[in-house]
Unconditional design. Sequence first.
Length: 363
Amino acid sequence: MEAEEHVSAARGHSAALVLDLLRTAGEAGISRLELAGRTGLTPQAVSKITARLRSGGLAVEAGHRASTGGKPRTVLRLVPSAGYAVGVHLDRDELTTLLADLAGTVLVLRRRPADLGAGAEPVLDAVVEEVRALLAGAPAGATVLGVGVAMPGPLDHRAGVPGRVTGFPEWAGRPVRDELVARLGLPVVLDKDTHAAALALSLRPAAPDSFAYLHLGTGLGAGLVLGGAPLRGDRGGAGELGHQTVQLDGPPCGCGGRGCLEVLCLAAVARGELAEAARVLGTGAANLVRLLDVDRVVLGGRTVLTEPEAFVGGVREVLAGLGLTVPVECAVGRDLVAEGAAWLRTAPVFGREVRSDRPIIGK
């Protein structure tokens, strides 16, 4: 069955709302009456939608729940195996690929060294090889909705083309998405690594309505969630935190500027001065908090995960010193970007995706 046909039952805003509530309910499930109450739809409308979702293989009955009156309520739950997506995290020095179901559960994960500086040909060859290996191990008859690819920005999401990636200008203008579509025969979406990570975090249980995700790995960037949805920006440039100037006439950066947060932070990391790196990162976090008034700051990326307490404590100290009481925490999971890349393909089924327009605050 074609992927688009398989998820056609979820088409429409109301169906997506219902399906997302089924997703967040998990194995416990949710009743039709609860779905009506939480969506504002009539019970009749909910019954029609859930019947369509069941016939499409996206939902099943999961038992009964005691009622305050009358007969027990039938509980419905999502069928995670109704669809799968491949997530690809193309980092500057590493390639991570995974296969995830509709609930975001990772079934298979692969990791290998990579080098963006080696040029697009060998790197894209490696991506194709890894994706094909994942698909070969997918459940029999699996419906694969496509491939999400996340890499350092800047990039043009609509065209599927990277911009001038800091330190790797040879990627600029390469039609990455179209090349992968032609070679894999699947839908492909290309987005920034920080946008993908922010999407994954926004879909986790009890995610705050607004937060800033600061990713420190081989580079420094941010993913912004406002009004419950990640913000890409009209030109895809939202969250380019690493190239915010904080030291006039400071050391040169690969982006062409001077005194950027990224170059200062990575230099401190290279010297082994994690306290200084955390202080620089905290300065960037403070700027975002003051500018956007977010509810939380979340830190992630390989460098942060090596010493999470040092970075969380250092950033929190900078914010507290400026009278900013926003909570600071560390994101769990080394493969957050790859998970978010898979969500780039599956989240739209639930009416959840990265937004390019300017958000209206409030869900």
